[in-house]
Design a protein around this ligand. Structure first.
Ligand code: SAM
Length: 306
């Protein structure tokens, strides 16, 4: 889980990215300022982004970041454990997916496939997929270390290479949904591959924190950006190519996307920061977490057949 925002949030630029993933030069003035010193953070801003650019940026970012991400967060996630969020919520306690033994379960944006291996240990048939070959290489390394094998597929969550009604349960811990340009397409694709009555549960960044600086402490408790700005947060390299992106939906947008996909929304969990947990993860931490939620978990299902 990477987090929105760069140290100098107020300097973010606005503009558009064309279909090649390059920033339109007319829109780059503020954002490009940040990249010429070498030591500076990449240029960044809030931009309208198309699906191909988001896909390309996510592959660049997650391929590059995979080893560091696992080195930084792997111990907290656990080699084969199902952690829903930086608050440390575990599926072993929440049981949002129900009994998965004997079920076919799809993990969306599986990263190192920690959740998939936990599900395998519960007796599920599991397929984990991810856009990033770098993350899937990490997943294979974990499999070799733990001896727990799950099927791994490289795929984009907006175009699933799985048959209609082939999956009993789908789940995701911050995989794909915060990064795609069209999260409605993810909802539709998951609904398509789910069997009637099947569950789809996903965690993602809480929409409210879009307004707040990327800081787990007091500085993160001021509204600096519009909750209603649906443009993507995007970082760019020296050539203006998008190399990281996060997208935003309001709570209402998320509900509408779920319902429009034909799914039933059962719950939106907004975890409170757990007493005694001091570990921070990006903008997630005990100080800001004592005031506002940073994670949302959507519990949905496909209606049963009539
Ligand atoms: C924050 S990580 C979460 C991974 C894992 N669930 C975990 O908790 O560590 C986000 C993952 O989503 C993947 N991802 C981003 N965009 C995707 C897409 N369009 N389709 C599938 N996976 C995607 C990334 O490659 C990355 O592995």
């Amino acid at each position: 889980m990477t987090t929105v925002g760069s140290p100098d949030d107020d300097a973010a630029t606005s503009g558009t990215i064309d279909s090649t993933g390059m920033i339109d030069s007319a829109d780059t003035i503020d954002g490009i300022d940040g990249i010429d010193g070498g030591e500076q953070p990449p240029a960044y801003g809030y931009l309208d982004i198309d699906p191909d650019t988001a896909r390309r940026a996510s592959r660049i970012y997650w391929d590059d970041a995979a080893a560091d991400y696992q080195a930084e967060h792997g111990a907290f996630l656990g080699d084969s454990d199902f952690c829903w969020s930086p608050e440390g919520l575990r599926e072993s306690e929440l049981r949002l997916l129900g009994d998965v033994a004997g079920r076919t379960v799809l993990e969306v944006g599986c990263g190192g496939a920690q959740c998939a291996r936990w599900l395998r240990r519960q007796g599920a048939r599991v397929v984990g997929f991810d856009l990033s070959g770098g993350q899937l290489a990490q997943a294979r390394a974990y499999a070799a270390r733990t001896g727990i094998e799950v099927a791994l597929v490289q795929a984009d969550a907006v175009a699933l290479p799985f048959a209609n009604e082939s999956v009993d349960v789908a789940c995701s811990a911050f995989g794909a949904v915060p990064f795609v340009a069209d999260s409605g397409a993810v909802m539709r694709e998951v609904a398509r591959v789910l069997r009637p009555g099947g569950r789809w549960v996903f965690s993602t960044t809480h929409p409210f924190v879009w307004c707040l600086p990327d800081d787990p402490d007091e500085n993160g408790l001021r509204v600096f950006h519009s909750y209603f700005d649906r443009r993507a947060y995007t970082e760019h390299d020296e050539q203006g190519q998008a190399i990281y992106t996060e997208t935003h939906r309001t709570i209402g947008d998320r509900v509408r996307e779920i319902v429009a996909a034909g799914l039933v929304l059962h719950d939106i969990i907004e975890p409170e920061w757990p007493t005694g947990q001091e570990r921070t993860w990006g903008q997630w931490g005990p100080v800001r977490g004592g005031y506002v939620p940073s994670t949302s978990i959507f519990v949905t299902s496909r209606p049963p057949a009539r």
